[in-house]
Structures are given as C-alpha cells and as structure tokens.
Design a protein around this ligand. Sequence first.
Ligand SMILES: Nc1ncnc2c1ncn2[C@@H]1O[C@H](COP(=O)(O)OP(=O)(O)O)[C@@H](O)[C@H]1O
Ligand SMILES: [Mg+2]
Length: 255
Amino acid sequence: MGVPHPKLSAHDLTRTFGRGPGAVDALGPVELSIPTGEFACVVGPSGCGKSTLLRIAAGLLRPSTGTLEIRTASPRPAAMIFQDYGIYDWKTVRANVRFGLDVQRVPRRTADARVDDWLARTGLGDFADAYPATLSGGMRQRVAIARALAVEPEVLLMDEPFAALDAQLRTILQDELLELTQATRTTTLFITHSLEEAIVLGDRVLVMSARPGRIIAEHRPPFPRPRTGDIRATPQFTALRGELWDLLRREAVPT
Ligand SMILES: Nc1ncnc2c1ncn2[C@@H]1O[C@H](COP(=O)(O)OP(=O)(O)O)[C@@H](O)[C@H]1O
Ligand SMILES: [Mg+2]
C-alpha cells in the first residue's frame, strides 16, 4: 500500500542560461508532482520559464540543478505538442498522424487502425490525404493533437498549443481536448498563459511567479469530471478566474 508514485515529479529544479554576470536565471526552484491521470495546467507571465520547464520535461534541455523524473510503465515516450505545431509540411495528414507509430515500430495493421481512429476522432477523416499547408490553423492543430495522442503516450506535454489561434477556434479546440483527454485519462502537463484555458482543462491549476518561475499557488477548479465547456458560464468559474488573475497580475507587473 502507501502513496502511489507520481507519474511526473520535479524536485528542486532550476535552470540558468549562460554564466557569469550575463547569466539568466530562467526557472525555479520548482517542486512539482503530477499523479497518474491528472491534467495539470501551469499558468504564468510571459518569460517566466514555462517553456523551459516543458523542455526539461521533454528531455530537450538539462536542468542546472535538481531533477525532473517521468516514471513510465512502458517504453512509450512522452508526447509533445508545441505552439507552432511541429507537423511536417511534406507529409500528408495521415502520414503525420502515423509518424510516431512508425517510430515506435507499431505493426502496420495496428497502426493503420489506430491512425484511422484518431483521424475520425479529431474530425480529420476527410483530410487524410491532404498536405498540412492546405489546411487552416485549427485543422493543423488537430493534426498535431491526433499525432500526439495516436502514440497513446503515458504523459502528454503541451506548450501553449492554442496560443496562435483566434478566440473562437481556441474555445472549440479546448472543448475537443477536454473530451479527448477525459476519455483517455492521459497524464498531462499543459502550459498556457490563459487562465480561462487552465480552469476549463485542468484538474489542477499551478500558478508560476515571474522569472525565475516558481510555483506560487495551486487551485483545483471545483468542476467534477466529466465536465464540458459550459462551466465557463458559471459563477464559480468567474470567481476562480478573478482570484487567479489577482495573483498573476501582481507577478506580471514589473517591480
Ligand atoms: N536557450 C536560451 N538561452 C538563453 N536564454 C533563454 C533560452 N531559453 C529561454 N531563455 C530565457 O529564459 C527565460 C524564460 O524563457 P521561457 O521558458 O521561454 O519563458 P516562457 O515560456 O514562460 O515565456 C526568458 O528570459 C528567456 O529569454
Ligand atoms: Mg513559452
């Protein structure tokens, strides 16, 4: 018995860029623990170290001190989605969604079935043979989501995936992501600078300070699962957004 191990844990994590008088303390120290199945959102002011945290989690960057550990039960990698999508313009939509499965050497027939399933679930079925350059921003973002989820990652890492989209499309994709992740219960670390987005999506909202980013507050939006985007219209939503905004505003104002 005892407490289960977290899926992702960071301890005393910091990152500094450069050295000497020009060094930039970008992050930390951060303590973070994300249990299996949790959707954790991190919000913070611009430049506070959010992408640095995500890149360390993804193994793209080393910590300066401390540790970040992802405990997976299988050899499946964590999957990442960046703001600029990171999809390949020279591959069709189907080939993009298939990409991670080929890397994992998933057998052909299993991979075909899974790709078809994710194309359908993300509304891309009719665009399977199209090239990304011919698609709208929202469709391209769906390709990135389908590609990440198709590998059935144990941990999903997302860095402001909807930041470049207009408000309406953003809302639609938030609702879609809510539905998809509630079905899969994938452990997720989701970075955003939007409080609304964090409250709609998160089991937990972690607020970061200005650079070097530390976690200064944590809230659990009081909306049971499965939830829908309708919670945006509730008084509890407005109240929590106000409370978190007060915190963030203090961090965003230069002192
Ligand atoms: N590769 C790098 N070299 C030097 N400084 C960097 C590098 N990456 C990020 N930084 C700096 O670290 C700080 C945090 O950056 P970042 O993690 O991208 O913030 P956020 O994603 O919260 O906007 C910023 O001051 C940024 O300029
Ligand atoms: Mg960033």
